[in-house]
Design a protein around this ligand. Structure first.
Ligand SMILES: [Zn+2]
Length: 396
């Protein structure tokens, strides 16, 4: 297997294990002292082919060829320069590691068996905006000063390194398990939530061909613990809406009214711009809804997709849901809406991660925040670039 084939296979592994979503995250392998191969910018992981990976110079981040390399290439290059023994670098926005990173705690000591793969501590690099050279410098400073194999990026995600591609992925998986345990230990009101790396088989269905996109999305969101009931995910139809539950378990066409159907009916009537909606009642979404306080963007991707605040929408729902991609609804959960099922899935995953981060940040009483003007800038850039991309990748 060539390095390119190995990288393509690794991307599918990262996707299958829930460590990366859509185009977020990147992976590279060192070719020699001066060159690395890295995943391209803006291509979804499921579609990556060996020829899509881009050769980049470690010395200065320059590249040649048709494909644009990942926008975090400077971060990867900086890690290789500061750690000559590192052969592969993985950068992810994995849920529990990102939630720990939102606390900006400088380092987490590692105990027990995890020490063998993660080392003695998991340090956290100082905050800088994504894709900037300041972020690359911040990560390289921590990487160069320690022998850490997993480094948290404040309010952003994680960087894991290894002796090879498989080793770096194994570090990322071990980090997620470690971070999920740390989270469960500090947020004892919720108990342990399943880590995102625990993949579950999709529900067996009697789906009609018409709604395969809906049932596939429902299975993916259920595997992440975000969708607790298939009747809590709905898409607009010509005559109203259909839930993933309706699409799978009523082959005879009878549709008894489910608990949230009146809620969805009102939502789709209010928002003519939305195509898909989801109510999450995961343990962390329920905790956030019970607390009933707005959540600031503790993570870069929450700033991008949700904006400057995950607002609380007290009943009646009408005023608050009118302009936001997601809101906390007391006694209901986190409600996400989007113009496509593709975008909805991303919003829901980011909201779940934000709810976990909020629980951990509250538990350790951290005051760390992304500066509001940087959060606003990220929101505007996202709306202009990825928002357009998502609209083009529409589904059902
Ligand atoms: Zn990132």
């Amino acid at each position: 297997m060539t390095e390119r084939e190995h990288l393509a296979q690794a991307c599918r592994q990262l996707l299958d294990r829930g460590l990366v979503v859509r185009t977020w995250g990147n992976i590279s392998v060192r070719l020699d002292e001066e060159r690395m191969l890295i995943s391209p910018s803006g291509l979804p992981y499921e579609a990556l082919r060996p020829q899509d990976f881009v050769e980049v110079r470690i010395t200065d981040g320059s590249w040649s060829g048709d494909r644009k390399p990942s926008s975090e290439r400077n971060l990867h290059a900086a890690v290789y320069r500061s750690r000559p023994e590192v052969a592969s670098v993985v950068h992810t926005h994995q849920t529990f590691a990102s939630a720990l990173a939102a606390t900006r705690i400088p380092e987490f000591p590692v105990d027990g068996a995890a020490r063998g793969i993660l080392g003695d501590v998991v340090p956290c690099a100082a905050y800088a905006m994504p894709t900037t050279k300041a972020l690359a410098r911040s990560v390289a400073a921590v990487a160069g000063a320690t022998s850490a194999r997993a480094i948290l990026l404040a309010n952003h995600g994680a960087v894991c390194v290894g002796d090879g591609i498989d080793d770096a992925i194994a570090v990322a998986e071990a980090l997620e398990t470690f971070a999920a345990e740390q989270t469960a230990a500090s947020v004892d009101t919720v108990g342990a939530a399943p880590p995102t790396t625990a993949t579950q088989p999709p529900e067996s269905t009697t789906t009609t061909e018409r709604h395969t996109g809906l049932t596939a999305a429902a299975a993916r969101l259920a595997a992440r613990g975000i969708l607790c009931d298939s009747h809590h995910l709905a898409v607009r139809t010509a005559g109203g809406f259909i839930t993933a539950g309706d699409a799978t378990d009523k082959p005879d066409g009878s549709l008894p009214v489910a608990e949230l159907d009146p809620f969805f009916a009102e939502l789709f009537a209010q928002r003519s711009d939305i195509h898909a909606a989801l109510v999450s009642r995961s343990p962390y979404a329920s905790l956030a809804a019970r607390r009933g306080r707005p959540i600031p963007p503790y993570l870069d991707d929450a700033a991008q997709l949700v904006g400057l605040r995950l607002h609380v929408a007290p009943p009646p729902l009408r005023p608050a849901i009118a302009k936001h991609p997601a809101v906390l609804v007391p006694a209901v959960g986190i409600v996400s809406v989007a113009s496509s099922l593709y975008e909805l899935e991303a919003v829901a995953i980011v909201c779940e991660k934000l709810a976990v981060a909020a629980a951990v940040v509250d538990a350790v009483r951290s005051r760390a925040r992304i500066p509001w003007y940087e959060a606003l800038l990220m929101r505007l850039v996202y709306a202009r670039s990825y928002g357009k991309l998502a609209a083009e990748a529409d589904d059902e």
